[in-house]
Design a protein around this ligand. Structure first.
Ligand code: C2E
Ligand code: CA
Ligand code: CA
Length: 882
């Protein structure tokens, strides 16, 4: 660094004042000049600041010579470096040499020559300046170097500290991070892994570090299976050095389980060189589970696990688009609903309801293939979408489902039977899209329900209008009930021993302004479905009791009135409380009220039914079971019901003297009732023959058109007041020798009739089989002779029925030789007692008939069976005096 341009300072030391003056004068013009007259003074001045740049020093001085001064200057660090020029007398070369060796820089010989002095001084000053400059620069350089070294050291220390702090922090972050983080080098080899990552992947740190990330994370090291590299976005991104954000992937854990993760990878690139990558993993199994659950919830029903409406819609749309498997195949949509589910829920509780639904779902599932869709919609509605090979098969499939659903189910030790109704819509016939198909299947299902349930129905175009009609009717019925617009008709019930009216069944009618007198079959099912049955039933009960009370008050004979109760009423209202309050309200003697219950009410829950009937009995009302024989009452329960009467359903009565099967059922009901000390009433009795048959077999009471149709209250009162009864012919069970002749040729009939009259028999004749059966029902026939060949029912068919209906009768047949084979078969199978060939021999015929009666009488003494007359135990009602 160049020194500032300043005047140099000289010190002149000499003991001779004239020397000082001469030199001072000579040098003053160019330099600042200091003087010292002796060595001591020179050392003082030289040490003062600023230090002189050059000293001119006389050697020869008293006290302290130049050599001593020089030595002293060199002792003092402040003056050590100050150059000294000796002044010496001429001709003393030893001085010169000595001085230089001591460290003087030059010498000047006296006497002084000004040019020499100036030159030597300037030289020395220039030298000194150069030396000064050099030494200053070095010092600066050194200082600068050490400053920089210190600075660097300080910076290094600081950054080392920061680095340490940082890496400690980083380590903490990485080791506590919930995310798995690992690093790879440029070749995808793992060089760092945090605990979360080892935890997630199930490998230890050592098993991960140093291995290929790809191999590790796809488990190929463990099970040898190689994940296709090109398919792995992670591997690709590591190789290409590109970043990946939020990829989802399933990693294989060491234990072979799979872990869904979301990962991101960031390449590490420095100076355009790829150094590796950092990959972060997030365990998303929880999120996946949650999503799956959401998915399930939005597509599946919780209770049954079946698809819900959402998924059904999707599947249905898909199924519609799908090609069918054969040209005739169609897609069928079945809407399936249990008939009485609401009441199960209401009476047995939600939990039982849920179990019913689950059971139904299981049974339905048994009817489906994986390709079908079985869905549960809201509540108790199921839908089955299924392809059937031909459209006709849809109905038979539905029927088999109906059958499977009707099997009783055991819930909490209790048997429950629920029918289902099914509506079927076919694609493309019944709808072009899922919505339409579903809607139509549901309206067909409602139709099946309206027809009594437990059946299936195909959709038909007019159903929608019918559904509307139903809706309209429901409104009208509701109004009619509320306004008391309904009517009751009363049908007499007659005691078969006395022939007198002992009761009246109240039957509801709906006088409709447009439809006329609507029969109950047209609106009771609707009322049951809509809950209107409760107010309707209540009205009927109150009206019937009040009416009976009014008849009694009018002095008419005391009878009981029978009121029908729907099973639904038991489910939706407290029948017991209702009956009790209506009896109190109307003042009717409970003994004059009979409640007709149906077997379906029993079936629901037998134990509950037993309790209810016992409580009703405790009110002293009578109870009967209506339509008996059409349900499936368990006989073991029947014994425990507090029931007074069984009503033989009219379907059995209808054919009672013609159809052996129906007759057998009717007769078992009679026997059963009597064994259980109940009375029996037959309903729907329309003919004398039916009546005769029933009387002959001990039926206690009857009701039917034969005696009277249901009548308006006033007509009924007249009938009751008039004392009309059934004219009962002679006791059908009284012994007499009655012979029945059956032939379609009147001439044969009349000649035979004459023949046997003479023999003293009571003779009946019939021109055909049907007539014969009617006569048999009303007369105590013991022996029957039938022609073999008759138009319509032939002889063997007739006698076959007679054998079944009246096993005690002795049966003979007249036949030509041509029929011999058939007749022989008949004899062998026990239908015939004997056959007689045409033309016959009178005497032989008379003899055969006499033997037949004897046979009958001999056998009858020892035989007991269904034909046993009613025991006196049967508590049949009798007319009581007014
Ligand atoms: P149900 O209880 O079996 O009643 C007997 C039905 O048979 C009545 O039909 C009656 O008119 C009819 N009937 C009586 N005698 C004969 C006959 O000799 N021949 C034929 N073919 N039929 C005969 P109705 O009045 O049409 O009632 C039909 C059904 O409606 C009843 O069958 C009953 O189940 C129901 N019902 C009627 N009124 C009520 C009521 O007030 N409440 C309830 N819950 N149901 C009722
Ligand atoms: Ca009835
Ligand atoms: Ca009935």
């Amino acid at each position: 660094m160049p020194a500032p341009v300043v005047r140099a300072t000289l010190l002149i030391v000499d003991d001779q004042p004239q020397n000082l003056a001469v030199l001072g004068e000579l040098l003053q013009a160019r330099y600042d000049v200091l003087v010292a007259p002796n060595g001591r003074r020179a050392l003082e001045v030289a040490a003062r600041q600023p230090v002189p740049d050059l000293i001119l020093l006389d050697i020869m001085m008293p006290e302290m010579d130049g050599y001593a001064v020089l030595a002293a200057l060199q002792q003092n660090p402040a003056t050590q470096a100050t150059p000294v020029i000796f002044l010496t007398a001429l001709g003393d070369p030893g001085d010169e040499e000595h001085g230089l060796s001591l460290g003087a820089v030059d010498y000047i010989v006296k006497p002084i020559q000004p040019a020499v002095v100036l030159a030597r001084v300037r030289n020395q000053l220039d030298l000194k300046r150069a030396r000064d400059i050099l030494s200053d620069h070095n010092a600066w350089l050194e200082a600068e170097v050490s400053r920089r070294v210190a600075e660097n050291r300080r910076l290094e220390d600081a950054s080392r500290e920061a680095q340490a702090r940082l890496s400690h922090q980083l380590e903490l972050i990485l080791s506590t991070a919930g995310e798995g983080i690992y690093g790879t080098d440029a070749d995808g080899v793992v060089n760092f892994v945090n605990p979360a990552a080892t935890e997630m992947l199930g490998f230890s740190r050592d098993e991960l570090i140093g291995f290929s990330a790809h191999a590790t994370f796809h488990h190929s090291r463990i099970d040898g299976s190689h994940y296709p590299q090109h398919d792995c976005p992670l591997v690709n991104s590591l190789a290409a050095g590109i970043a990946l954000r939020s990829q989802e992937e399933t990693f294989w854990r060491k234990d072979g389980t799979q872990l869904p993760v979301e990962y991101s990878s960031v390449p590490i690139i420095e100076a355009e060189r790829r150094l590796g990558a950092v990959v972060s993993l997030r365990d998303i199994s929880e999120r996946k589970r949650y999503l799956a659950q959401l998915e399930r919830q939005s597509n599946f029903d919780d209770l049954t696990g079946l698809p819900n409406r959402n998924l059904l819609n999707d599947r249905l749309a898909h199924a519609i688009d799908q090609p069918r498997h054969s040209p005739e195949a169609v897609l069928a949509v079945l809407a399936i609903e249990p008939d009485r589910f609401q009441t199960v829920n209401e009476t047995l509780g939600r939990a039982t309801g849920d179990r019913v639904i689950t059971e139904l779902a299981t049974r339905l599932a048994a009817h489906t293939q994986p390709a079908d869709t079985l869905a549960r919609l809201e509540g108790d509605e199921f839908v089955l979408v299924i392809e059937v090979a031909r459209s006709e098969l849809a109905s038979s499939l539905a029927q088999s489902v109906v059958g499977a659903m009707a099997r009783p189910m055991l819930l909490a030790g209790r048997e429950l039977t629920l029918g289902v109704s099914i509506g079927i819509a076919l694609f493309p016939k019944d709808g072009s899209n899922g919505d339409e198909l579903l809607r139509h299947a549901v309206s067909a299902m409602h139709k099946a329900r309206a027809e009594g349930g437990g059946r299936s129905h195909l959709y038909a175009v007019d159903m929608d209008s019918r559904a509307l009609e139903r809706l309209e009717m429901e409104g009208e019925l509701r109004r009619a009930i509320a306004q008391g617009d309904l009517l009751l008709h009363y049908q007499p019930q007659v005691n078969l021993r006395t022939g007198r009216i002992v009761g009246a069944e109240a039957l509801v009618r709906w006088p409709h302004p447009a439809r006329g007198l609507v029969p109950p079959s047209a609106f009771i099912p609707l009322a049951e479905d809509t809950g209107l049955i409760a107010p309707l039933g209540e009205w009927v009960l109150r009206q019937a009791c009040a009416q009976n009370k009014a008849w009694q008050a009018a002095g008419l004979p005391r009878i009981s009135v029978a009121v029908n109760l729907s099973a639904r009423q038991f489910e939706s209202q407290d029948v017991l409380a209702l009956v009790d309050s209506v009896l109190k309200e109307t003042g009717l003697d409970p003994a004059c009220l009979e409640l007709e219950l149906t077997e379906s009410a029993v079936m629901k829950d037998a134990e509950a039914f037993i309790r209810t009937t016992q409580r009703l009995k405790a009110l002293s009302v009578s109870l009967s079971i209506d339509d008996f024989g059409t349900g499936f009452s368990s006989l073991s329960y029947l014994r425990r019901f507090a029931i007074d009467r069984l009503k033989i359903d009219q379907s059995f009565v209808h054919d009672i003297n013609r159809d052996p099967e129906n007759a057998a059922i009717a007769l078992s009901v009679i026997a059963l009732a009597h064994n259980l000390r109940m009375a029996v009433i037959a309903e729907g009795v329309e003919t004398e023959a039916q009546l005769g048959f029933l009387r002959a077999h001990g039926c206690d009471e009857m009701q039917g058109y034969l005696f009277s149709r249901p009548l308006p209250a006033s007509d009924f009162a007249q009938l009751l007041g008039g004392g009309r009864h059934v004219s009962l012919t002679a006791d059908p069970t009284a012994p007499s020798r009655t012979l029945l002749l059956v032939d379609d040729e009147t001439s044969i009939l009349s000649s035979l009739k004459r023949l046997f009259r003479r023999e003293g028999y009571a003779v009946l004749t019939a021109g055909n089989g049907a007539e014969a059966l009617d006569l048999l029902a009303t007369h105590p026939v013991k022996v029957i002779i039938s022609d073999a060949r008759m138009s319509g029912m032939d002889g063997s068919e007739l006698l076959g029925k007679v054998r079944a209906l009246y096993p005690d009768t002795v049966r003979l047949m007249l036949s030509g030789y041509t029929d011999l084979q058939a007749v022989t078969r008949a004899v062998n199978s026990g239908e015939l007692y004997q056959f007689i060939t045409k033309p016959w021999d009178d005497a032989k015929l008379v003899e055969a008939v006499r033997a037949a009666f004897l046979h009958y009488e001999a056998r009858h003494k020892t035989r007991h069976g269904l034909t046993t007359p009613a025991s006196s135990a049967a508590p049949a009602r009798e007319e009581s005096p007014p």
